[in-house]
Design a protein around this ligand. Structure first.
Ligand code: NAP
Length: 515
């Protein structure tokens, strides 16, 4: 019998046995760096002359691996193979599809240290952040498998005299999955397998800076019994093949997670039917954030400071849910700022293979440059009270940056930076703070720290974000505990890890027979 879904527990790295397992996994992965992973199209390995190099952001002269690089012709082949596979895959019982995900979840659970070690090398994650990414991937597999069974059942319909009525869900067809690099295992795996377990077939184009972990995951799916052509591994530059696969007339849906700019482009391109296209494409777009933690004068200030630091600087601020704005009411502004600076000063920064380092590098040179440019903008728009010095060693490291006395109109308050840069804003009072928190085009996560019940209830209604937290950090959403996704320019209002999610990859069919 199917057990109830449970979230995968996080590894306790304070236990010596777990530290030893992780250190061993890091050594094993180190010995496997530099390998090559071709494309996988219709179950066949397809190699290309052009290759994408994945580099360790903590040590950019270290090659994590290389993957094949698809051109438009190979992308077309992948779509054709996915379409071929769809003809049989859609007829699998939902439980049979789900079993493949559960087998993959079990395998990932057995190999969790190894997968986490790949994340340390390829994405610059600390041990704890890498483990959380792997645990979330396991959760998605376990949860979406269960959801496929639930959505696969006959749906209720009102009885009508003289007719036998039957309502059920059917899959859409061939989809394109375009994940980001920041949860290169969990989000990539979740987007891909949610679509697949619903009966669709997928062309997976991983983010170009983190393709190796995706290649490893596709191998794992094959080992778990995923039939050829259901998930096709098609790395390639977003610029070169992205538009093509989005616009392809046989693409039925696009599931995307990434920046607002790319999401809007996909939304627009997908809206225009290509010659020969016979459907309206569905787009699931999960995009950026500019997330705020609001602290009022009744709050537990120590707790708030701790939550701000964790949310702003965990994984170097490269989470769509990261706190990039601390909005604090005037009477406690200085106090909270001092507490946050004190804590952030103690953060250890360096290569994440060493568990003593709480923060690792940002993902690549382009991000490193962009974030440092924002620090310069911050100097003009406020007062840099922590960080901002140049890092002179190898690796794309940026220690925590805090910019105080920022105005709501400032660029660093409005634009997503996606790095460890935190803007501090003073609000006159709670009302004003809530107004500032909502003064953004995004609406992904937010938190309120307050002991005032009336304010908490007001925020419940008026703090306009998809994921709102009270008296805790604004990161760390768990599958089916905090279904995740934002409002406004944060996306299409989808909720990854929620019970609506599979419906995005299905369409309802009603069959009525006259008796
Ligand atoms: P990105 O630059 O938008 O890239 C995301 C994906 O889109 C990558 O696979 C990228 O491929 C691809 N891409 C680029 N241009 C494309 C095009 N013209 N057509 C089709 N695909 C294209 O975002 P990112 O830097 O990877 O990720 C960070 C962003 O993701 C942040 O804005 C963050 O807030 C957001 N995010 C949102 C959520 C959420 O749940 N709402 C979760 C995580 C991250 P290449 O790598 O080859 O360029």
């Amino acid at each position: 019998m199917l057990t109830e879904f449970r979230n995968e527990p996080f590894v306790d790295f304070s236990a010596a046995a777990n530290r030893t397992l992780m250190a061993k996994a890091i050594e094993t992965v180190q010995s496997q760096l530099g390998k090559h992973y071709p494309l996988v199209i219709g179950g066949r390995r397809v190699d290309t002359k052009d290759r994408i190099k994945s580099l360790n952001p903590a040590q950019p002269d270290e090659i994590v691996g290389t993957v094949g690089k698809a051109d438009v012709a190979l992308a077309d082949q992948a779509i054709a193979e996915a379409e071929k596979a769809f003809a049989t895959w859609k007829k699998f019982e939902p439980a049979a599809r789900a079993r493949i995900l559960w087998r993959a979840a079990a395998a990932l659970r057995r190999r969790k240290f190894e997968f986490s070690a790949w994340l340390v090398f390829e994405a610059g994650k600390s041990w704890a952040e890498a483990d959380a990414d792997t645990a979330e991937a396991i959760d998605f597999l376990d949860f979406y498998g269960r959801e496929a069974v639930r959505w696969g059942a006959d749906q209720p319909a009102t009885r009508y005299p003289g007719e036998d009525n039957h309502v059920f869900y059917v899959p859409l067809g061939v989809g394109v999955a375009i994940p980001p690099w920041n949860f290169p295992l969990a989000i990539m795996a979740g987007m891909t397998t949610a679509a697949a377990v619903a009966g669709n077939t997928v062309v997976l184009k991983p983010a170009s800076v983190t393709p190796v972990i995706a290649a490893k995951f596709v191998e794992l799916l094959e080992e778990a019994g995923m039939p050829p052509g259901v998930v096709n591994f098609v790395p390639g530059s977003g610029g070169a093949i992205g538009d093509h696969i989005v616009q392809h007339p046989r693409t039925r849906f696009i599931t995307f997670t990434g920046s607002k700019e790319v999401g809007l482009r996909i939304w627009e391109l997908a809206a225009k039917p290509a010659p020969g296209q016979i459907w309206l494409k569905r787009v699931v777009a999960e995009m950026g954030g500019k997330d705020a933690i609001l602290v009022d004068e009744t709050a537990d200030l120590d707790g708030a400071a701790e939550a701000i630091v964790n949310s702003a600087f965990g994984y170097q601020g490269q989470k769509c849910s990261a706190c990039s704005r601390a909005i604090v009411v005037k009477s406690v502004y200085k106090d909270v700022l001092d507490r946050v600076v004190e804590r952030a000063k103690k953060i250890t920064v360096g290569p994440p293979r060493d568990p003593a380092n709480w923060m690792g590098p940002v993902i690549d040179e382009a991000s490193f440059r962009k974030i440092n440019e924002y620090v310069e903008v911050g100097r003009k728009e406020g007062k840099v009270v922590l960080g901002g010095e140049k890092w002179n060693a190898a690796g794309y490291f940026i220690p925590p940056v805090i910019v105080a006395d920022v105005k709501p109109t400032a660029r660093i308050h409005c634009e997503e930076i996606f790095g460890p840069v935190l803007a501090f804003l003073e609000a006159r009072d709670f009302e004003h703070g809530l107004e500032i928190a909502n003064a953004t085009e995004f609406g992904l996560t937010g938190a309120l720290w307050s002991r005032d019940r009336a304010r908490l209830e007001r925020a419940r209604q008026e703090f306009h974000v998809g994921n709102l937290y009270f008296n805790r950090k604004c990161t760390g959403a768990l599958v089916d505990v905090h279904p995740f996704g934002g409002f406004n320019m944060s996306g299409t209002d989808s909720k990854a890890g929620g019970r609506d999610y599979l419906g995005l990859f299905l369409q309802m069919k009603s069959v009525s027979e006259k008796l």
